[in-house]
Design a protein around this ligand. Structure first.
Ligand code: ADP
Ligand code: MG
Length: 316
């Protein structure tokens, strides 16, 4: 169970690191190079600001010859619709999101935004349309201000602070002191700066996303427990950031998922259930089982993985 948790942690961590570093300025410590460099097609068009319709059209993808990936996923998400993605560790949640970010190309089928195949647009313009929030978001060895401005470098000081406030990050940022004595928005983050908790990182990520204001938002909630005060602050901030956006949320807390317009349940790379929280409970299938087992707790914790080993992966 430990190994499964580590593996999936590694997958999503490298995914996030990749996403936040491709083509970006180096952070002083290291520059990540995509292992699987995807290049723009000749004559790729620039995707303007989209309405936010996301469509997976019979999409299949596998990692090499190994098992795992996505198998025949057909899913259309309306602009402004909020989708929750649930499933056991290894079900394909991160892979689905990776395909939307075009970290990989599909083997079969296509992924489209507003009806345009992702392979026909520049990666830069694709990235501008998608915001990303996760607890694993990389912090750069720069000030808190610069870390938030990363969402939109030309934003004004007022806009930057408004974003931090909307993300419930302003108050804790004011309390930061780094090892050189710099405080607040001047305090250095990253590996050589102030160590942030998972909940704080998530709020910096939310502030960036708020500032970026992209029409499509991807959320990947971490499994780690947050104290209830932080949890409430993050829920509030999430609500603000999701406003008017097309949202794909991978959440481990089913309480977050229950609020979504539609929930998609993945199992071994396939969509096995789809519907609202109430519909899925009535269906009494996999989602209902997760819900009953979790009773407001977490999905994909080590204990639960131990209860239900995954096919295709040896338990350590
Ligand atoms: P989830 O996010 O639901 O935990 P993932 O999308 O990370 O699931 O993984 C789906 C499947 O693909 C798993 O079986 C996993 O082991 C496999 N997988 C994910 N990333 C890779 C990779 N980079 N190389 C090989 N297999 C991978
Ligand atoms: Mg994952």
């Amino acid at each position: 169970a430990m190994r499964i948790a580590q593996m999936s942690g590694w997958v999503s961590q490298s995914l996030m690191a990749l996403w936040s570093n491709i083509g970006e300025v180096e952070d002083g410590m290291r520059t990540l190079t995509p292992a699987h460099a995807i290049t723009d097609a000749e004559g790729a068009q620039v995707l303007g600001r989209v309405q936010g319709e996301v469509r997976f059209d019979q999409v299949s993808f596998a990692y090499g010859r190994e098992k795992g990936g996505i198998d025949g996923v057909d899913l259309t998400i309306k602009p402004g619709e909020r989708i929750g993605i649930v499933g056991a560790s290894g079900a394909g949640k991160s892979t689905l999101v990776a395909l939307l970010l075009r970290l990989y190309d599909t083997e079969k089928g296509r992924v489209m935004i507003d009806g345009t195949d992702l392979r026909d647009v520049t990666q830069e313009s694709l990235r501008r349309n998608i915001g990303m929030v996760t607890q694993e978001t990389a912090m750069f060895n720069r000030s808190a201000r610069e870390n938030i401005l990363y969402g939109r470098p030309d934003a004004t000081e007022e806009e930057m602070i408004a974003a931090a406030k909307a993300a419930e990050a302003h108050d804790f940022i004011l309390g930061l002191v780094d090892h050189t004595g710099k405080t607040g928005y001047e305090a250095a983050l990253g590996e050589r700066g102030v160590k942030l908790s998972g909940g704080q990182r998530q709020r910096i990520a939310l502030a960036r996303a708020f500032l970026k204001n992209a029409p499509i938002l991807v959320l990947d909630e971490a499994t780690s427990a947050l104290d209830s005060e932080v949890e409430a602050a993050i829920q509030k901030a999430l609500g603000r950031v999701m406003e008017g956006k097309t949202v794909l949320a991978i959440a481990h807390r089913l309480s977050t998922i229950a609020e979504m317009d539609r929930i998609v349940v993945l199992d071994q790379g396939r969509i096995v259930e789809e519907g609202s929280h109430a519909e899925l409970l009535a269906q009494n299938g996999l989602y209902a089982r997760y819900w009953n087992r979790q009773s407001g707790g977490f999905l994909g914790t080590e204990e639960e993985e131990a209860e239900e080993p995954l096919p295709g992966i040896e338990a350590a």
